[in-house]
Ligand binder design. Structure first.
Ligand code: M6R
Length: 613
């Protein structure tokens, strides 16, 4: 997954493209590049690394030009270096292309072109596509649009592309299939981007081309969209969603820390207009509008990836406990190829912060094709998943920039809880006292989160004592088991320390063999129905000289006496523990990564939005 952007109009393209790339850097940051089009020439600027490296390397160059395309890369085919960085040029240098996605049959096409004598410069799949387009122009006398249509009919895979033509500097072409693409319409100018963030601030009119549609962007001429068969396609011009744009760190050293600190306000935003504080009730418009469909569902299937999948595991417990409906939680990447037994009595809940995760989108399409009703839980307004679902609820936590998901996780958990509460009321499956006490306890969560954040300094100091570790184990039970998985994921993705999450009682079935004096074991050991059991599990680790760090409920004496270190969180209902316990685990991962000097916001090999399968 990569970010693409483009501009054609009357302004200088370079600053628009660079700013756009910065806003898209969450999609990948292995290398970056820009192609500027001027009459008779295409100038390409590339650099390994981040957009700032590209800016520095081009600082003394001629950057003039009012049309161009740009790319920030997350390598799929070919190592991240300057040669493999986009834009890629056609053999003659006439065309430049940027691409997000994967051309799956690139090697077949490449061999065919090599037999014709073409020599490739890079090892990317993208270069094959631009070579194919120029080949079709030269050998079959097609114009650029015809050649693009013909090439895209041949390729298998996913693409969002933008193309510039040295010989036609007044036109850009952009197309998509299974990768996101937005066209911004300005005054005699067009913007191209992987999402609306590079466009916001320049124009408030955008178009989202459908799969296998091609946008012809000619300077000063209205937008034209055609399909691969050259039939003209109608398009809806939509407003840019509100609250889009660049956010700053606001005094925090990293976005991740800022986002951890935002969580109390995020939960407030998440509940706003949904929780009636005086009545102690919950209303989600998606539930109100689809009450019959949702309340008669025979089964819910949650599909998601990564952190969102962890939130789904908690959501399963909410829906099963409160709504008495069976719930399955599937990795979207497995579900999409699993030939699931699913029909129109099922509701599929797709959870995704970005709303662009390719596997989750594919899982939705599969479930839809079998008649399931799709409920989306997304953060990014207007994202592909938000648009692909039948209904849904946004988590409303604001832009999440840090690659490690933090506030989106707690936002997803909160929305899943609201969904389960609302549905339980509709179905009559929850006792009114339990329903109201849960709503009341949820309303107290933001203040309790603020309380937890006060332990930040202590966690920072404690973290210094863990930098020696090469492995960590995170243990929890019940509602806390998915939080253990999430804690381990946070640590590994930003500190590069290997970490595993387990249900605590599973330790004795194998993993306990790993325990020695070097092994830190993080227990989620809050005061709840599992407390006594967890205490036994803590004892088992201590008996083998493991180093125990326990997250306990404030005032806890028993586990605190056994553990080597404790972090406490205020008391709440067991089902709400994940909202509080996540925070010390996020802070622990954050501070260990900082102590180890890692790039917390942009960890190696990762990207914020995973738009390839
Ligand atoms: O945007 P999504 O929620 O669909 O993303 C899913 C995962 O890629 C994401 O949660 C990933 O695991 C995060 N980097 C975890 O912090």
């Amino acid at each position: 997954m990569c970010g693409i952007t483009g501009y054609i109009g009357t302004r200088d393209a370079w600053p628009i493209l660079i700013e756009g790339l910065k806003r898209l850097e969450y999609r990948g940051y292995d290398s970056a590049g820009v192609a500027l089009v001027k009459k008779g020439a295409i100038s390409v600027y590339k650099a390994k690394g981040k957009v700032a490296d590209l800016e520095n390397s081009a600082a003394d160059k001629d950057l003039s030009g009012t049309a161009g395309i740009a790319h920030t890369r997350w390598a799929t085919h070919g190592e991240p270096n300057t040669v493999n960085a986009h834009p890629h040029l056609s053999p003659s240098g006439r065309l430049a292309i940027v691409h997000n996605g994967i051309i799956e049959n690139y090697s077949t096409i490449k061999s065919r072109l090599q037999e014709e004598g073409y020599v490739f410069r890079s090892t990317t799949d993208t270069e094959v596509l631009v070579y194919l387009i120029e080949y079709l122009m030269q050998k079959q006398g097609k114009n650029l649009l015809e050649a693009v249509q013909s090439a895209l009919r041949e390729v298998i895979g996913a693409y969002a592309i933008a193309l510039a033509d040295r010989d036609d500097p007044d036109m850009l072409i952009a197309a998509r299939k299974s990768s996101p693409l937005v066209i911004g319409i300005g005054d005699g100018e067009f913007y191209v981007a992987s999402d609306v963030s590079p466009i916001a601030g320049y124009t408030d009119r955008v178009v989202y081309p459908e799969d296998e549609e091609i946008a012809v962007l000619r300077r000063g001429v209205p937008l034209k969209i055609v399909n691969l068969m050259n039939e003209e396609c109608s398009h809806e011009v939509r407003p840019v969603p509100e609250n889009i744009g660049l956010t700053g760190k606001e005094g925090f050293p990293h976005f991740m820390l800022k986002e951890i600190y935002e969580q109390p306000d995020c939960i407030v935003d998440c509940m706003r207009g949904r929780v009636d504080t005086s009545l102690g009730t919950v209303r989600l418009s998606a539930v109100t509008e689809n009450a019959e469909r949702l309340s008669t569902a025979k089964r819910f299937i949650i599909v998601a990836c990564g952190t969102s999948w962890h939130a789904g595991l908690i959501g399963k417990q909410y829906l099963e406990t409160f709504c008495r409906v069976p719930v399955e939680v599937a990795y979207a990447s497995e579900f999409r190829y699993s030939n699931p037994v699913i029909d129109d009595s099922d509701v599929v809940i797709a959870i995704s912060q970005s709303g662009e995760t390719a596997d989750t989108l594919a899982a939705i399409e599969l479930a839809k094709s079998r008649g399931a009703f799709i409920y989306g839980i997304c953060n990014v307004v207007g994202s592909s998943i938000a648009r692909a679902t039948d209904t849904g609820s946004y988590i409303h936590v604001g832009p999440e920039v840090g690659v490690a998901s933090t506030k989106a996780f707690t936002g997803q958990v909160a929305v899943l809880l609201l969904l389960a509460l609302n549905l339980a009321e509709v179905k009559g499956t929850m006792k009114p006292e339990a329903y109201h006490s849960t709503v009341k306890a949820l309303l107290e969560i933001p203040d309790k989160m603020r309380e937890v954040l006060k332990s930040d300094k202590g966690i920072a100091e404690l973290s210094r004592t863990f930098t020696y570790a090469h492995n960590f184990i995170y243990l929890g039970r019940g509602f806390s088991y998915p939080v253990a998985l999430e804690g381990a994921l946070k640590l590994k993705e930003i500190s590069y320390i290997h970490a595993e999450g387990y249900p605590a009682a599973e330790m004795k079935h194998g993993p306990i063999a790993l325990i020695d004096t070097e092994m830190p074991v993080v227990f989620i050991a809050t005061k709840n129905t599992m407390y006594e059991k967890i205490l036994s599990n803590v004892q088992e680790i201590k008996a083998r000289k493991g180093r125990v760090l326990a997250v306990v409920t404030s005032g806890d004496k028993v586990i605190s006496a056994v553990a080597d270190n404790v972090l406490d969180v205020p008391e709440t209902l067991e089902c709400l523990d994940p909202l509080l316990v996540s925070i010390p685990l996020q802070l622990l991962a954050y501070h260990i990564a900082v102590c180890k000097g890692k790039d917390v916001d942009r960890p190696r090999n990762l990207a914020k939005s995973v738009t390839v399968e």
